[in-house]
Design a protein around this ligand. Structure first.
Ligand code: PLP
Length: 409
């Protein structure tokens, strides 16, 4: 008899976004004239930068000409893209990252999940709470956890709560953990990490032989020049950290798909026999076997992000979304709410008023203002009592949503 991967049965049934959609549908059917504004999902709304479009249009033409046609590319990505990434995203910030350590992929979400392929089954894993659900669910699927309790916590994971009480900064654990997921600027809280804070994690990881998974998908939203964009700005990080980056949020590639992972050649972990093994070699082997690279056309589009026009255009996009976030923060503060994040991040993390639960506040916002956000409890037990508002929308929608919240709530 064929059997399944039973770990999948431990997953909560993709509860959050389907439940949001269900409640919105029920409301929309009962109120057919309501114009609902969605500030819930973390997807961009503005079109691609012109520089990326032009580069991809040219790349399509290349594919139609025998002389410039491309078949399979390198599994790790074209060197011309990897070199630009290494130069502009890392070397320009004083980080020692070589093009050979960049692995181009079709998404940071996939990389975040796939990276577990090269790690053992018995690692102790730490995540913040609330957290980007992909980190947790991919560990559940890989059999790294026990069952889920009624609060949504999986047995075997180490949860590091982040709330207003600790300024949304996870405490460094007192116990030993082997793998640590960090995401800064953070989804969902919009919190940022200083160099001093990341240095504490790097020191912890080096002292315990741990590996940090650093998700920097939102680094482009950092406006404070003292904040690090990469974990490799921290001394010692090349010995303990893997970084995930994406073109999804800076250049609007959520539907175009391009990202990359940085795996320093200096990074090692233990084999069963106690020997140290280079993780770069394992990840390279994994990618060569299970991945055939990102489309040439898309990599040309990503390369254009590093052109002068591309840099100016992504700056404009990011500033636009940050402008939305600023309006959201200001207006919600006027409405008497406590807001966090939204300064170096497209996400505003709101404390629900009057101790409402995250879902009760969701319903209230939907019914009174016809605005949709994301209940914080969907990102983890410690997200209860919070609510995420996304700045990914048109200026008109953001302004209208805020006007309604001020007037109707
Ligand atoms: C959006 C997002 C990503 C990017 O994922 P892609 O697969 O590259 O689109 C990665 N991490 C977090 C936390 C995100 O919110």
């Amino acid at each position: 008899m064929t059997t399944i991967n039973d770990n999948y049965l431990k997953l909560k049934a993709g509860y959050l976004f389907p439940e949001i959609a269900r409640r919105v549908n029920v409301f929309a059917e009962a109120n057919p004239n309501a114009s609902i504004i969605k500030l819930g999902i973390g997807d961009v709304t503005e079109p691609l930068p012109q520089a990326c479009l032009d580069a991809m249009t040219q790349a399509v033409k290349d594919m139609g000409d025998r002389a410039t046609f491309k078949g399979y590319g390198p599994e790790q990505g074209y060197l011309w893209l990897r070199e630009k990434i290494a130069k502009y995203d890392f070397q320009a910030r004083g980080c020692e990252v070589d093009a050979s350590e960049i692995f181009v992929s079709d998404g940071a979400k996939c990389d975040n999940g796939n990276i577990l392929d090269i790690f053992g089954k018995n690692n102790v894993i730490a995540v913040t709470d609330p957290v980007y659900p992909v980190y947790v669910d991919t560990n559940v699927m890989a059999g790294h956890t026990g069952e889920c309790n009624e609060k949504g916590e999986y047995e075997g994971l180490v949860y590091l709560p982040v709330t207003a009480e600790n300024n949304f900064i996870a405490e460094i654990p007192s116990q030993k953990v082997d793998l640590i997921y960090l995401c800064y600027p953070n989804n969902p809280t919009g919190a940022v990490a200083t160099k001093e804070y990341l240095k504490q994690w790097v020191d912890y990881a080096k002292a315990h032989g741990s590996i940090i998974f650093f998700d920097a998908a939102y680094e482009a939203f950092i406006t404070d020049s003292t904040l690090p964009h990469s974990i490799y700005e921290i001394e010692g990080a090349r010995d303990c950290a893997i970084e995930f980056r994406s073109f999804s949020k800076n250049a609007g590639f959520t539907g175009t798909r391009c990202a990359y992972t940085v795996l320093p050649k200096t990074l090692t972990a233990k084999a069963n026999d106690g020997s140290d093994v280079e993780l770069w070699k394992l990840w390279n082997r994994r990618q060569c076997t299970k991945f055939n690279g990102v489309s040439y056309i898309v990599q040309r589009g990503a390369e254009a992000v590093y052109s002068e026009e591309g840099q100016a255009q992504i700056q404009e996009l990011v500033s636009f979304y940050l402008g939305n976030a600023k309006i959201i923060c200001e207006e919600l503060t006027k409405a008497g709410l406590s807001v966090y994040g939204g300064i170096n991040s497209p996400y505003v993390w709101v404390k629900t008023p009057n101790n409402l639960s995250s879902w009760d506040f969701f319903d209230l916002l939907l019914e009174k203002a016809n605005v949709v956000g994301t209940p914080g409890s969907g990102f983890g037990a410690a997200g209860e009592g919070y609510f995420r508002i996304s700045a990914f929308n048109s200026r008109a929608n953001v302004e209208e949503a805020m006007k309604r919240i001020i007037e109707k709530m």
